[in-house]
Structures are given as C-alpha cells and as structure tokens.
Write a protein that binds this ligand. Sequence first.
Ligand code: NAD
Ligand code: MG
Length: 298
Amino acid sequence: MANDQYTFTDPAKLYAHITAEKQHQPEPGLDAKLDPKADLGEESYRGSGRLTGRKALITGGDSGIGAATAIAFAREGASVALSYLPEEEEDAQRIAGIVREAGATVLTLPGDLRDPSYCRDLVAQTVEGLGGLDILVNNGGKQMFNEDLTTLTDEQFDDTFKTNVYAMFWLSKAALPHLPAGSSIINTTSIQAYSPSDILVDYASTKATINAFTKALAQQLAPKGIRVNAVAPGPIWTPLQVSDGQPQDKIAEFGEDTPLGRMGQPAELAPAYVFLASAESSYVLGETLNVNGGMPTP
Ligand code: NAD
Ligand code: MG
C-alpha cells in the first residue's frame, strides 16, 4: 500500500504529482469536479480501532478535510453523521458509500449551517440515528476572497460569521447535553487566524474567533471530561479554494510558499482529527494542532 499514514516517506516529495491548476467552480464547490482530484485517503487510510464504537457528527463532511476525516473515523470504527449543503449531495453520497464500505453506520443530513434550527435538528437527528453523540467536528466553512473592504458586503460578512462561528456555537450548545465524559469537540480553524491575508478580512477574523472560542470552552468543559481542541490547516487542495476562496492567479502557486514547498492534501489532515477525537489525546485540551507544511505559528 503506497503512502498510507504509517508509511515512512519524504514529506517534501509526497503528493508532488498533485499540482494545483487554475479552475473555477461556483460556491460550494464539489470534489467531484476538482481537477486534479484531491486525496481524501480513499485508497490509503488504514484504521486501527482507535474510535471503536464512537459516534461522530462532522459538518462539511461531504468534501475536502471533513470528508477525509469521515473516511478515517469510519475506518477507526466510528459511526458518522455528515452535514453538508443540499447542492453537495453527489459528494456526500460518495463519501457515505466509502463509510459504509468500512462497515460503519452513516447518516446524510443536508441543510444550511447559517440556520440555527437546522443546527439544532442536526444534533437531534444524529443522536437519534446513531444512538448518541461523542465527537463533534465543526468543520463546515465559508471562505470568499474580497480585495476591498468597501465592496465587502454586509451579507457576506454575516454569512461568513454565521457559517464559521455561529454554527459552531449553536452545534456545541445543542450537543452539550448529549456528550458523555470522554467526548471531544474539534473545531477547524486556519493559519489565517495568525497570518491573515489582506483579501480574507472576514474569513481570517472568524478563524481567530474559533481559536479563542476553543481555548475558552476547553477550560469550561474540562471538569465534565469533555475536551475541546482545534485543527489549523495551511493551504489544502479542496473545492473551497477554487470556488472564490482564492483569486484565480493564486491557485496555480497554491502552497508553494510553505517550507515544504507544496500544498497539503485532505488525507494529511485526517490523522490530526483522529488523534484529537481518540483517547490517545486525553491530556490535550484547548490545543490548536497546526497542519500547515511548516509555517510558523504562535
Ligand atoms: P470544502 O469546501 O471541502 O468544505 C467546506 C464545507 O463547508 C463544504 O463542503 C460545505 O458542506 C460546508 N458549508 C459551507 N457553507 C455551508 C452552509 N452554509 N451550510 C452547510 N454547510 C456549509 O473545503 P475544506 O477546505 O475542506 O474546508 C473545511 C474547513 O477547513 C473549513 O472550515 C475551512 O475554513 C478550513 N480550512 C481550509 C483550508 C484549505 O486550504 N482548504 C485552510 C484552512 C482552513
Ligand atoms: Mg463540499
């Protein structure tokens, strides 16, 4: 088996064959249309029972980082509920199929994270369908570049905060009464939280907020035995980036300015989520695990 997460390999050369090309999709983009395809670990991720019997809800679980995480969780023995937008049914069904092939139960629960009642229903349906909930991955996100604050619409600013921040709050709040001691909440932040780009003012602001939310809530929930952590990806090849997450000129050189000199693949993120979800990280709380090709962070 080539390049699974246990294979000794040169990380600078790994994935050299997947090079970003200019392309555009309307928001939300689809993995099905991404060219070249991203690696979600479909052919490679090897589980070892680290999440046996666990019950996970993953937002944005249809594509990119969330989909790679869903595949890894299923192969580690967890049941999985996937949240995504209705337009992403094709991607969601493909991932659901891979999860089922791993022998895991999967729920597909489309809806809009900007809607608090959808967020509450999502938790209720997961608890009912999986028989409980002990891993919440807040990963769904909106990123749309904007070059001039005077043209950043109130609507976009609001949508970015609703999707990236409010949904995390609504879902965490709804999940809390159901989470037994030993549960994990894992939020997806970004290198943008520390090194904000001039063209991602709204997005970068939400990611800094997610870090603070994670560290504050981690302390509050520690006595209950619920751990809250975050993963901070660097430049990762996903549909988010080609559906106006970046200007077209930047796509072809995406990730080249990292110390490893390349963009990352969603498959390289999944082990970070597995670690933070599993009992292996029992003494890790309020942490942000950076998976970014070597860019320095505070
Ligand atoms: P992605 O497009 O595959 O995933 C984002 C998902 O968010 C979509 O699949 C969609 O299902 C969901 N989503 C967006 N708006 C929604 C809404 N209103 N309602 C319901 N779902 C909605 O891209 P990705 O890069 O895998 O993104 C996952 C997370 O990783 C995001 O939080 C993103 O900010 C973060 N991130 C990505 C990168 C990167 O370079 N790709 C870098 C840092 C952080
Ligand atoms: Mg998607």
